[in-house]
Design a protein around this ligand. Structure first.
Ligand code: NAD
Length: 327
């Protein structure tokens, strides 16, 4: 497969799937052979916009492809992914990997047995505002994350924790190099039958504490991360693409000092401000390029099936705690 283009199809071309189609038309080693959606009218609209073929049967597209992007509602991921894997096809599954841990495990096992790639679309991992942290020694003691969004019917097949908060759980698990020790959570159901607003306090084995809030009934979109550690404070706006870093240093002079040196018990310190220039590559395109490279073995998936499963495990625990608390 090294010299040949990988034949890829997109299953589900709604709000997000159409962007998969757009990017897959422009990635060197991937050849978009067509799309399938149970809504034929939607599939036809996207196919004519991006000049690709509509398949009338999901099975035919899966059979003809080497790999599939699964961009259907969450409660269909597992059934479709297992169908693809059984036919020996690599899968890129939009987040979350599945709606139960048991199904996530089945997907991973099937892929492992057949040596196939399972990659999960936890897109925030490649958000340039978060990638800007790479050069810094980030070891937060306390993290605050807020993800608020106006109501949309999309995603309501699962609780807000599995639809929205799971992004932030994945971010946390990628930043905090420790396992989860304790979780406290609460939330409320406002419009849907499941939890619409959730808050969780997660304590890790290394004593890092994270406070995360997610809502799908908000006035406006907000996606903010704040990291606090002894020598660094960072705010990240994932939506606007802005990363601001404040550091405390022992030096007394620096162009980026935000105020005159201050003195504590004879030690002079300054606070510096940095605003890294962000990479402007589209995160979804970056994930799909990585998927193509993972299939030919030149890269590992940025978010593996196992990482997607780990985020789902915490999300399910949080949602269970909230539901038990509201009974
Ligand atoms: P959507 O409702 O806009 O689109 C889903 C599409 O799938 C629809 O066109 C629908 O007709 C089609 N569909 C439904 N069942 C199908 C089936 N069995 N076979 C084929 N097609 C089917 O939803 P969306 O917002 O595009 O979300 C899709 C997935 O992407 C969800 O899992 C969601 O969590 C995920 N998502 C991820 C992000 C992200 O930031 N990574 C953002 C939005 C959505």
């Amino acid at each position: 497969m090294l010299n040949k283009k990988i034949k890829i199809g997109v299953l589900g071309v709604g709000h997000l799937g159409q962007h998969h189609v757009k990017h897959l038309k422009n990635i060197n080693n991937l050849n978009l052979i067509g799309i399938f959606d149970i809504n034929f009218e939607q599939a036809s609209k996207i196919a004519s916009k991006y000049n690709t073929k509509v398949f009338k049967s999901m099975s035919t597209l899966i059979e003809e492809a080497d790999a599939l992007s699964i961009v259907t509602p969450t409660d269909t991921h597992s059934l479709i992914a297992k169908k693809c894997l059984t036919l020996n096809k690599h899968v890129f599954i939009e987040k979350p990997i599945a709606d139960t841990l048991n199904e996530a495990d089945k997907i991973i096992k099937l892929a492992d047995n057949k040596n196939l790639i399972v990659q999960i679309g936890h897109i925030e991992r490649v958000n340039p505002a978060l990638l800007a942290l790479k050069p810094y020694d980030v070891k937060p003691k306390f993290i605050e994350i807020q993800r608020l969004a106006p109501y949309s019917i999309r995603g309501t097949e699962v609780p807000v924790v599995l639809d929205k908060m799971i992004h932030d759980i994945d971010i946390l698990l990628s930043i905090v190099n420790s396992s989860v020790k304790e979780i406290q959570a609460n939330g409320i159901s406002i419009i849907t039958d499941s939890i619409d607003i959730a808050h969780a306090r997660i304590k890790f084995q290394n004593n890092t504490v994270a406070s995360i809030t997610s809502s799908r009934i908000a006035k406006e979109d907000i996606r903010k991360v704040k990291l606090f550690q002894r020598d660094l404070y960072c705010t990240i706006d994932l939506l606007l693409g802005l990363t601001e870093i404040y550091r405390i240093k022992n030096e007394t002079q620096s162009k980026s000092a935000i105020q005159a040196p201050f003195n504590y018990k004879g030690n002079k310190k300054i606070i510096t401000y940095e605003k890294p220039i962000l990479n402007n590559i589209d995160p979804l395109k970056m994930e799909l390029i990585n998927f193509g490279k993972s299939i030919i073995g030149t890269e590992d998936p940025i978010v593996s099936g196992k990482s997607g499963r780990d985020a789902l495990e915490i999300a399910i625990k949080i949602n269970k705690l909230i539901v038990e608390d509201t009974l």
